[in-house]
Design a protein around this ligand. Structure first.
Ligand SMILES: Nc1ncnc2c1ncn2[C@@H]1O[C@H](COP(=O)(O)OP(=O)(O)OP(=O)(O)O)[C@@H](O)[C@H]1O
Ligand SMILES: [Mg+2]
Length: 652
């Protein structure tokens, strides 16, 4: 799985989750705000509807008040001119109201509340309306009373058969209405006014009573609707609706049923009825009205005694708002989707761009692993990625340089070994040939020197022969050592011991008197598998060289340590040092800077041969004029515990 894939997946997950949660919250919030907004509007519309309804009642009041103030009517009543009064009331009834307000009922009552004349149904009279709450209020207070009341079928029949018929409604079942066994409702709801007619002495001589039967009086609800929701149509239906309920029964409404008929005869849904009719509270929430959802507001209508007798309703069809809401939400979600897709594409491209160098780094590392040290990332990117690429390129360059140096050193070493080997073979041949005659010369010279009565001059010459022959024998021995003709006897040994012995040997020599010897020997040095004599010879050679490099005195430091499972001996002097151009030559046989007769130039090459034979290395570091350090590294004997070989005696 690539980093790009993982990164893209993580970012996709984050974006999708954040956008989903964000969209859900935004949609929910927008929905609530939207609904609240519409709901508040509907609640305000209910206020407008209430005002319009009151306005309607005011028109009835104004009409009857005008009629009651007619001086002919007052004088007719006072003078008991019944035909005259009847004709006045009849005319008022016939002219009655206007387009919206219809005066369905107009009666003249005597001061006790009995009907003197019914304009709509002149035949029925003489009955008492004293039980009518509006009339009762006038009888009691002798001033105008108004309100909405419910009339029984009998009362309606008295007022007129047609009115009883208008109020007679067959119930239509709707899903949410409270269950009922009733098939019909026969009561009617009347918006009515009763006005006392006073004589000149302000005595009540009669009562003018009139009203508008609200059942199936669609002009009222339509007028309110036009006033509150002018011209709002959705798919051929009115968005705004107004209803007057008598109890829970729709008696005047512009809510329509599926067949387009006004929903007169249908009833209030149970939860609204419970809230508004039973508890007298206002309802402002979405409600199921007849057969659809509306955003609604309902409030109770009360009679003069404060009894809840009906409900005034306004509502807006929810569908058009829901559709707008849906469009808005859809638009929002589409926008979120487009933004998500765009950001995903962007992230894909950005990660591809950012991670491009990683592909190059991997390819470069593969090449390096396969041995091509010239491979480079070769990208000049900016930022941290660019820095990483540059660092990796630096690292590869350093690796290539190290490899080159290592190769050079190896080549030099191989060359040196081959050179030593060929010189060694030559030296061994020559040494063998010279060794035997030289031994003969030395033996006979020594024997001759022992002769008595010898001429002192001869004796002196013999001494010279013995000395020079001994020196020649020494050189031959050196050659044999160099050619490794002498077998080595390896055994576990402690290097610290050998250093001790070497120093004791050298300490007596006069050349060492001006030199301070410092020994820094590690405790618990592991043993090595070596020929003690040969190792001693190495240390002797190195120490003598150091001594010869410090003719005017100095410090010789001998230190041992254990590093990486090897025993390391360092011989450091503060002498003349080695010139840079000689560093490559000092291990060559017969290379010497010393005057003829002083040095053979075999010391270091013999030592080199011995160390190599022990599986170790001999290295030099030197700065002309400052001093030199020769480092002998010999493999430690596996399994020897720190503290030396055990058998070897501790260094004195
Ligand atoms: N510690 C040292 N300080 C300075 N130069 C040194 C040191 N050790 C070796 N050399 C240089 O390396 C040369 C070679 O040393 P090497 O021991 O092989 O031969 P030599 O000392 O000249 O003769 P001999 O065979 O008597 O040892 C020396 O002549 C000297 O120039
Ligand atoms: Mg030497």
């Amino acid at each position: 799985m690539t980093i790009q894939f993982k990164l893209t997946m993580i970012v996709i997950a984050v974006i999708v989750v954040v956008n989903s949660v964000g969209s859900y919250v935004a949609v929910q919030y927008a929905g609530t705000v939207w609904l609240d907004e519409v709901q508040t509007r509907v609640r305000l519309d209910l206020n407008s509807a209430r005002a319009a309804y009151r306005n309607h009642k005011d028109t009835i009041v104004a009409f009857l008040q005008a009629a009651s103030l007619d001086p002919h009517l007052v004088s007719g009543v006072v003078e008991n001119d019944l035909p005259g009064v009847e004709s006045l009331v009849r005319r008022a009834h016939q002219s009655g109201g206007g387009d919206v307000v219809k005066i369905d009922v107009i009666n003249l009552l005597d001061p006790k509340g009995r009907v003197i004349y019914r304009a709509r149904n002149p035949k029925s009279k003489g009955d008492s309306l004293a039980d009518n709450p509006i009339v009762a209020q006038v009888l009691q207070e002798q001033r105008l009373a108004r309100g909405t009341i419910v009339l029984s079928q009998e009362s309606l029949l008295l007022e007129g058969k047609d009115l009883a018929q208008r109020a007679h409604l067959r119930l239509i079942d709707t899903p949410n209405a409270r269950p009922t066994d009733d098939e019909f409702r026969t009561e009617g709801m009347l918006a009515c006014v009763a006005i006392p007619i006073l004589d000149s002495r302000k005595r009540m001589v009669a009562i003018l009573y009139g009203g508008d039967l609200l059942n199936q009086r669609f002009e009222i609800v339509d007028a309110i609707k036009e006033e509150v929701f002018p011209q709002q149509i959705y798919q051929g239906r009115d968005i705004g609706t107004v209803t007057i309920f008598q109890g829970d029964l729709r008696i005047a409404t512009n809510v329509t049923m599926a067949d387009g008929q006004r929903a007169v005869g249908t009833r209030l849904s149970a939860p609204v009825a419970e809230r508004v009719l039973d508890r007298g509270e206002t309802w402002a929430a979405p409600a199921f009205v007849v057969n659809d959802w509306y955003i609604t507001a309902y409030e109770p209508i009360t009679d003069p005694n404060g009894r809840i007798i009906g409900v005034l309703y306004v509502g807006l069809l929810q569908a058009p708002f829901a559709r707008q809401h849906l469009l808005l939400v859809g638009g929002f979600l589409a926008l979120v989707l487009v933004a998500t897709l765009a950001s995903l594409l962007l992230i894909f491209l950005v990660t591809k761009l950012v991670l491009r160098p990683i592909g190059h780094i991997i390819a470069m590392q593969r090449k390096v692993a396969a041995g091509d040290l010239t491979a480079r990332v070769g990208i000049a990117a900016s930022g941290e990625m660019g820095e990483l690429c540059r660092e990796i390129d630096h690292m590869a360059a350093a690796l290539q340089e190290r490899e080159r140096q290592l190769e050079q050193a190896t080549r030099r070493q191989i060359g040196r070994s081959e050179q030593l080997a060929s010189v060694g073979r030559l030296a061994a041949g020559v040494a063998h040939e010279i060794n035997n005659p030289l031994t003969g010369v030395l033996t006979f010279a020594c024997m001759l020197r022992e002769k008595e009565n010898m001429d002192p001059q001869d004796k002196q010459d013999l001494e010279l022969i013995v000395r020079e022959t001994t020196r020649a024998a020494g050189i031959v021995r050196g050659l044999l050592d160099f050619a490794r003709e002498r077998p080595s006897a390896k055994a576990p040994m402690d290097v610290n011991d050998v250093i001790g012995r070497t120093m004791r040997l050298l300490g007596n020599q006069s050349a060492f008197h001006k030199i301070v010897v410092v020994e820094d020997l590690a405790d618990g040095l592991p043993a090595i598998d070596g020929d003690a004599n040969q190792i001693q010879q190495v240390l002797l050679n190195l120490s003598l060289n150091a001594c010869e490099a410090m003719p005017d005195g100095g410090t010789l430091l001998l230190s041992t340590s254990c590093e990486d499972e090897s025993v390391v001996v360092r011989v450091t002097d503060t002498g003349c040092g080695i010139k840079q151009e000689h560093l490559d030559q000092i291990f060559e046989p017969f290379f010497s800077t010393k005057p003829v007769g002083k040095g053979t130039g075999l010391g270091l090459s013999v030592s080199y041969g011995i160390v190599r034979q022990h599986g170790g290395t001999l290295e030099v570091e030197s700065a002309a004029g400052k001093g030199s350090t020769f480092t002998v590294t010999l493999p430690a004997l596996a399994g020897t515990s720190p503290g030396g070989p055990g058998k070897a005696p501790p260094a004195p």
